[in-house]
Design a protein around this ligand. Structure first.
Ligand code: 5GP
Ligand code: MN
Length: 336
């Protein structure tokens, strides 16, 4: 921390990179840190491997982020020039696709990982990893406090941090700890309008998104009550018929867990080249293990993701094969 304290006070070229398909925590934590470091006269570039959902358009500085998929040369140049690379909200370099190679080969840069996912790979010079943290945004707030930089947090920065916290805790419903409520209080004390953020983030669906949710629940959901697991799937035809875009399926997986006694939820979506899986669970059911063992993925105990190079049909079959194996190793109980 002492060496980082010196480092952040010396204006330099900083790159902040976060994971592919960036979510509210990836974006909020990255943009908050970028805004503070810009105030310290660093030249800061935020690199997103691919585009972000329009829901997050309001975050400070998001328009200046380099979208790697669209401007790869600009992203590569940023990594080459970097004196410091912050890696936020991911635990292994394959989470940033081809830019993992650029981070790995950026020998002159000091690499700092700030993350809350299980099993961080040791690719950084400094690793701030806390799997008990609600979000990377919470860890960025604490990092700013440790660096004695919290006075630089203005209202847009507070909103970015709070966005990360809200999205990763589902509005303080899961993944919470004592500290995250203290951080929220500190942000509110600064004058951040938390009610406005709730409306922006959770009451801002498009009509299409709400109807797509209806389609998923009415036509694409299968509950296997014996194993207290539910699955929702969308295939390529759904993607075409509904013109599904980035962010349109965000959060749909969580609805399965609203059903009494459901312990695990799986959302399967057929993308261009791969089929993506999202897992959610309640209590001690460990979906991180399932995703790392079977689906080349990972994340957190109760929220993980992965992928399979197979059709939706084959992926569904694989999931159904795994469910009994996994769920039988738990003493399943009904909700109280
Ligand atoms: P989501 O289901 O919302 O895409 O992701 C849930 C959690 O799992 C997030 O923390 C996310 O970073 C992680 N995650 C999602 N997909 C992958 C993946 O393909 N690989 C790994 N390692 N983690 C993932
Ligand atoms: Mn996160």
């Amino acid at each position: 921390m002492d060496s980082l304290y010196q480092l952040v006070r010396q204006p330099s070229n900083v790159v902040i990179v976060t994971h592919k398909n960036p979510d509210g925590d990836a974006l909020g934590s990255s943009l908050a840190l970028a805004a503070v470091l810009s105030k310290l006269r660093h030249t800061v570039k935020v690199v997103l491997p691919n585009d972000f959902p329009p829901l997050f358009n309001f975050l400070p500085g998001i328009d200046n982020a380099i979208i790697g998929e669209m401007n790869p040369a600009e992203a590569v140049e940023a990594f080459e020039k970097a004196d410091i690379i912050f890696c936020l909200d991911f635990n292994s370099l394959d989470r940033i696709d081809r830019f993992g190679l650029d981070v790995a080969s950026a020998d002159r840069a000091t690499k700092i990982l700030i993350d809350h996912h299980i099993d961080p790979e040791p690719f950084a010079d400094h690793i701030i990893s806390n799997t008990s943290a609600s979000s990377t945004a919470e860890l960025v707030y604490d990092f700013l406090v440790d660096m004695k930089l919290e006075t630089y947090i203005d209202i847009p920065i507070a909103e970015a941090i709070y966005t990360g916290i809200l999205m990763d805790t589902g509005s303080f419903r899961y993944g919470t700890n004592e500290r995250v409520f203290e951080v929220a209080a500190a942000l509110k004390r600064l004058g951040m309008d938390d009610y406005l953020l709730q409306i922006r983030l959770f009451n801002s669906m498009t009509e299409k998104q709400l109807k797509l949710l209806g389609h998923c629940l009415a036509n694409r959901m299968e509950l296997i009550s014996e194993y207290q697991t539910g699955i929702i799937w969308l295939d390529r035809v759904d993607y075409k018929n509904w013109a599904i875009g980035r962010g349109d399926t965000e959060g749909i997986v969580n609805y399965v867990l609203m059903v009494r006694n459901m312990k695990m939820a799986v959302f399967i979506s057929e993308q261009q080249n791969v089929t993506k899986l999202s897992f959610r669970s309640k209590g001690n059911i460990n979906v991180q293990e399932i995703c790392s063992q079977y689906f080349n993925g990972g994340g957190h105990r109760n929220a993980s993701g992965g992928m399979m190079k197979a059709s939706v049909k084959d992926t569904l079959a694989k999931v159904k094969e795994i469910i009994p194996l996994t769920m039988n190793s738990y003493q399943l109980q009904h909700d109280q």
